[in-house]
Write a protein that binds this ligand. Structure first.
Ligand SMILES: NC(=O)c1ccc[n+]([C@@H]2O[C@H](COP(=O)([O-])OP(=O)(O)OC[C@H]3O[C@@H](n4cnc5c(N)ncnc54)[C@H](OP(=O)(O)O)[C@@H]3O)[C@@H](O)[C@H]2O)c1
Length: 284
């Protein structure tokens, strides 16, 4: 397994979604150790506070930030507060995610797609002006599961989760993450913004807790630790600008080819148009 870069982030501000636990928590602590001021995002400030306390106990800087991705009203409120406070966003790490659950988000999206893609898409669109002002960077935590599908069924993502394991829906949400990272890398290159997506590896975190056995047991046999799971995220957030390839997909701290479906401009355009339609009321 490759180690992440040792580059530092002194003077930078980094926001990490889903930072109360798992890969996001480990990444947030490591970015703070490297000198960044970290906005620790969780569904509520109370959930973020223990990680903020861990970071401040290390002599580093952090503050809690509330972001509930399953409710677009809450996403918009969180993003607008960030923009109006004028917070610099040198690094935006979109890490939160769920798998193996069934249901719908508040506005009626398939639960996994709604949280992993739609919530992050709206948040990213709304805070992007702050990233652009900083010539910042967006790091989208996707998954190797994005290779499992090659199309997004726009009707299915407006219905309750259909599969027992939820893994098909998870793969669809992760293909959407990779496609969105490529789109943003092209759309915001003019401002010097870099955007990458990545696979953290197969990691023994809480994310698999709702997958029924024996699927979960089988799944968890070959997994790495949460600390190892943060390596590629930290690498992509800290690597010197001249070395990071915008629009690329990283795996084990180096570039890896994406699913060709993510390179299909027509497929990406269809997803972006649909996503803008879904969140349009919040962007006006
Ligand atoms: N673990 C793996 O093997 C693996 C492999 C490939 C990709 N990934 C990706 O890595 C990322 C981190 O996953 P992890 O393994 O660290 O999982 P985890 O330990 O379950 O952490 C997931 C984080 O996302 C947050 N989250 C879930 N639903 C949310 C919502 N509606 N609003 C706001 N935050 C929400 C969780 O908050 P709560 O604690 O409040 O639920 C938690 O902070 C995910 O994007 C995942 O898809 C993981």
């Amino acid at each position: 397994m490759r180690q992440p870069t040792t580059d530092r982030l002194d003077g930078k501000t980094a926001l990490v979604t889903g930072a109360n636990t798992g890969i996001g928590r480990t990444a947030a602590i490591e970015l703070a150790r490297r000198g960044a001021t970290v906005l620790v995002c969780a569904r509520s400030e109370d959930k973020a506070r223990p990680v903020v306390d861990e970071i401040t106990a290390l002599g580093a800087k952090a503050r809690p930030w509330a972001l509930e991705l399953g409710d677009l009203d809450a996403v918009a409120t969180s993003a607008r507060a960030l923009v109006s406070e004028g917070i610099a966003l040198d690094r935006l790490v979109l890490n939160a995610g769920l798998a193996g659950q069934q249901g719908l988000t508040k506005q009626g999206f398939e639960l996994t797609f709604g949280v992993n893609h739609v919530g992050h898409f709206l948040f990213g669109e709304l805070v992007m002006p702050r990233v652009r002002e900083c010539k910042g960077r967006v790091v989208v935590v996707a998954s190797g599961n994005h290779y499992q599908v090659d199309a997004i069924d726009f009707a299915a993502v407006r219905q309750r989760t259909r599969t027992v394991t939820g893994l098909h829906e998870y793969s669809v949400s992760k293909l959407a993450n990779v496609m969105t990272a490529i789109d943003w890398s092209k759309l915001h290159a003019d401002a010097g913004v870099k955007v990458v997506s990545l696979n953290p590896g197969r990691i023994a975190s809480d994310i698999w807790r709702r997958i029924p056995n024996p699927f979960r047991w089988l799944f968890m046999q070959t997994m790495r630790t949460v600390e190892q799971g943060a390596y590629t995220t930290v690498h992509c957030a800290a690597l010197a600008d001249r070395e990071l390839v915008s629009g690329a997909y990283y795996n084990d701290c180096r570039e890896k080819p994406v699913n060709p479906a993510a390179l299909d401009e027509a497929k990406r355009r269809a997803l972006r148009d649909a996503s803008l339609g879904w969140v349009g009321d919040y962007l006006r």
